[in-house]
Design a protein around this ligand. Sequence first.
Ligand code: SF4
Length: 701
Amino acid sequence: MSGNKSYKSTCSYCGVGCGIIVNKDSKGNLSVKGDPDYPVNKGMLCSKGMNLNYVVQNTSDRILHPEMRWSRNHPMEQVSWDSALDRASAVFKSIIKKHGPDSVGFYVSGQCTTEEYYIINKLTKGFIGTNNIDTNSRLCMSSAVVGYKKTVGEDSVPISYEDIELADCFLIAGANPAWCHPILFRRLENHKEANPNVKIVVVDPRKTQTCAIADLHLQIIPGTDVVLYNAIARRLIEKNKIDKKFIKNHTKDFESLKEKVYETSLSSAAKICGITVNEIKKAALYIGHSMRFISMWTMGLNQSVIGVDKNVSLLNISLLTGQIGKPGSGPFSLTGQPNAMGGREVGGMANLLAAHKDLGNPEHRTQVSDFWGGKKISEKPGLTATEMFDSLNSGKLKAIWIVCTNPVVSLPNSLEVEKALKKANFVIVQDISHNSETTKYADLLLPAAGWLEKEGTMTNSERRISYLYKGVEPPGEALPDAEIIARFAQKMNFEGFDYDSASDIFDEHCMLTKYTNIDISGLSYERLKNEGSFQWPVPSIDHKGTPRLFEDKKFYTSDEKAHFNVPKHTENQSEKVSKNFPLVLTTGRIRDQWHTRTRTGKVNRLDTHIPSPYLEINGVDAFERNIKDGDIAIIKNGRGEVRVKVKFGYDIRKGVVFMPMHWGKILDNDFGRANNLTNNLIDPISKEPDFKYSAVEVIKF
Ligand code: SF4
């Protein structure tokens, strides 16, 4: 049809990062399909990606104009962009003057493009003079980041999706890719179907859809992962199924790990984990016999008060077997969000610096502040996600600017988050949709452009940087997030924010990475548009990208060796179950919803899969409480309660219950918001919350 236009983009939901072709017909109607030439998904899309066109075209929920209120007693009123940003800069200047730069903070999102992350990070650390910028990626990948740094010296995922088809054994831990990374799972499923000898081990307290292709499901007691991976390590050492040459030449601290794992017998480990000795032996047998072994993991490991320990104990297995830096092998953390990795590349977190430089290193801080031409960067790490809201509650943090995320639903202990926002002196919410429950706490509401309404780049789970085309105009007065921040910076009289386009920001970011391990100085929008996506590093303009890291067995540590790490805690440090709250609540995603449903919730066909929040409970636990399938139950603890329908079955361990994390307040009584119940504990190093372990009781309504 004449007037048709096509745009290439990547899906804006999960970290798989599927390539999409968007078609716009002469009437402006959009349709989407998987890009058959894109190396990630080869034309496939899951239900969420397939329906992205409806999300863009249905603008009924969109924030169309800046809105402001003069005090909490006043209603919001529409204002011009100039008035909105004048107010924002006046309030920020006055708070900073009175209480110092650490009295303000930015809370952003793994849904932001790399350019948006870059400019907000530059504004906060380089010009306002505080490191108080954190992101919802803190809730997702920060334990994996620390695990990589401790093991290979830097936050570096070593492998690619193409390694999936080369591997002969997988250990999938604390992840349900069948629902949460569906296209990656489809590749895994196809590989297993074509090669039935491929072994798949799944570690999860729930028998999820991923278990359908598993040769072995280790249904462990929540929180016992470290004990399990140490036991597997012990068995591999005992059976001499380790790569001694690799360990001798390329690793450090093997003996310390060996000593640690020998402290616990296989039978004790099996008892602690709630599985059998034979199951541990079988997992070790599969891994030990494998020629090419991949471990995959997500939130079951990361979202834990011992998330770093869980990560390093799993990473140790790749080192023991020498399964890293070669085709079809390596550790593979699956990012939850489409650009969680891009955010880390530009240092968009409270304890990071741009270009993977080190906030704790004075030379690195000087390099970045000189490059930006702003203030000296503070050596004090900023407030992380949960710390920011705790600080609002204690009154130390006065103002918060929330970009593209809905913390009222997604942060743990939601009732405290709501209290914090009420207590804040000033709250700015910059988002696309009124569907976000956080918007109602805004003193200033700024309309942002969404996916397909702006250009930018994102990095997926395999370090692949892709360019996102702009295909439609944003509705109303909505602006790209980077432009909003640049305009604000100019109102603050900061220099260095007069970018002509997102491409200028990207070029600046690329330049800053030169000579680092994530060097992408060979990239530009032109190359991304003409040649497609690239996996970093891309250090020169003729470089084709790097599918696999550490093939030379030189790691990013100071001695170039990979380091074994002895987990500090083997026992879980979560809150304890008790007589009053005897069940462990774990939370997670379902197949057709994304985060807090601000986008997927407006696509009817996605709601048909699972239309409302629910509690999954083991049949024995339900029977003991006189609860039947379909009953409404109250789930409660000292922090709050929710009421949802019960799904009763035997796929979940006795003593464990599960709720999806997507739903917010449906009624005033908080029907369905799982985070009313989750606790405030965080991993002491990664500061990632303990979403997977909260003590609750369930009673029939
Ligand atoms: Fe989008 Fe992830 Fe589905 Fe791919 S697998 S279409 S990136 S949600």
